[in-house]
Design a protein around this ligand. Sequence first.
Ligand code: ADP
Length: 576
Amino acid sequence: MNEFDSVVEAIEAGWELDDILQLIVTNGQVLLDLQHGYIVLYEAEQLWLKANTSNLPTRVLAPTSAEARVVAMGRAVALEPIQALPLWRTLEFALKPDARGWLSAPIRLNGHTVGALAAFAEPSDNEPLREALRFMTVLADLAALALERGQFWLRHQRRSQFIALLRTISGIIQQQSLGDLAHTIAHQLCEIGNADLALMYIPSPETEEFVTLGLSDTPLALQIRELGLDHIPLASNALLHECYQTGQAQRLALTNEQWPELAQLGVQQLLIVPIHDTHERLGVIVLASLQDTRFDDDALNFLNFIGVRLGYALKNENLLEEVVQAERRRINEDERSNFIASVAHDLKNALTTVIGTTQLGMRKLRRGDQSYNEKAFNTIATKSQQALQLIEDMVDVSRLEQGTFRLFIQSIDLVQLVADEAEAARGLSQRHTIQFSSSLEHYELAADQQRLRQVLANLLINAIRYSPDGGTISVRIMDADHAPAPSNASISSESELDQAIVISVSDQGIGIPEHELPYIFERFYRGQGSTVASGSGLGLYISAAIMAQHGGKMWVESKLNHGTTFYCSLPAARVM
Ligand code: ADP
């Protein structure tokens, strides 16, 4: 029998706790090729040195000790080399001045860290300490099991599966792909729990949904996917929501009202436990059975234990970040397909109007009626222009996303360019007065003339569109020193370059509510005011990208019902 299994056997055989802990440190030391293995445990609010391989007597450790830190953090730690970390060098370290490193894993029980397993690494050893840490975590779990004295995983002869599961969960600490691990964990949970389905949900703040982190490989799981139950709106499922909110584990006979989709698939019994560490809840695990008496209290205890273990492992922030990233990708994909649908809709609308107006015009012409034509041509031109704009925006977005958006740089006079655009905008609306002023007569710079025109046209068209009652639109050019500084909430992108010149476009229109300001430069974002005009939510996104490519910035200031000012700034020297 190997050193690992003998620890499990000792727990199973009901050895005295002290003897089991001693076996864990001794066998752990051999298994991991370590020096001076020891266990510290909290008792009567003090941290005691318990089992150890150097025959040291039981004594109290200082609250500032390295072991107390591991317990306080609730995280496994590998220090290498220990000499470089003076803060961690407390009493125990004096025992092993020549050790290469030190590693320690917290011992957790019922959601609390109650102690730690620790050891020093041999000076000669080449194996990375982090490898050993993974196994150390499993040994610390065995110590916790010994402390808990629960026998449920042994009684069901699921010992080796259970240990495999603990090992898998410890693997999370080693930063393997979380998706794969979660899948394996769900699969193992199903086997050990003798369940028909295992699901792990974590909440996604971005979509306000529970999303599956892991799903078992069972036939029932496939049906769950098909039903779209791998994403559930946070508040829509009382069972999940309650468990997540209160941290209360439950074993229940499922009724149709509680979770109709599962009940209709024939699920009769459920176990629901929270995934949590000492500080917060991170998600929910669900085990489901097609029979009504499969799970007993032991199974619930077991799942609770796993919920906590998984909670600590998931607490690794990078991994949670990984999940958030995956969600973000999913949202982007959804967004893109929605976008294609909405562009197709807008294009169809525009073209249907063009075709309808043309046909009606032709019929009238055939009857010798000329009166209709001027209005018809106008409509056709406007609608065709809208369709063309949409297509051009789409091409720009796709180039921006693929990194193939290029500028064609030439020397231009910015003052002339802005004056031209202001003049062109006068032709777009009779209800608005468009003013232009500049503190400089000329301003030469190297830039993409077409693209800067596009930005200005965009701002001017928006100023007209979002000022339905008319009013004055002012276009200004000024020295950057005389322009107001952008506020963080409204800026599109930061530039590291010193900005030399600023163009502003102000209107007296509907304004933008403060809470929308941080989003208006985002792709596809359309604010509440956009109901007054048609658009794609791409104009500002593309404009901001054009400014950024010039090394410039773009920002906005706005007051609801009073008006909006957009600012664009450019550096003196263009940087490609
Ligand atoms: P859209 O095609 O919707 O106009 P944009 O990217 O140009 O897309 O603008 C994004 C959103 O910013 C608009 O939907 C609107 O809510 C808001 N917005 C832009 N310009 C103005 C403005 N001058 N006044 C008020 N709101 C504006």
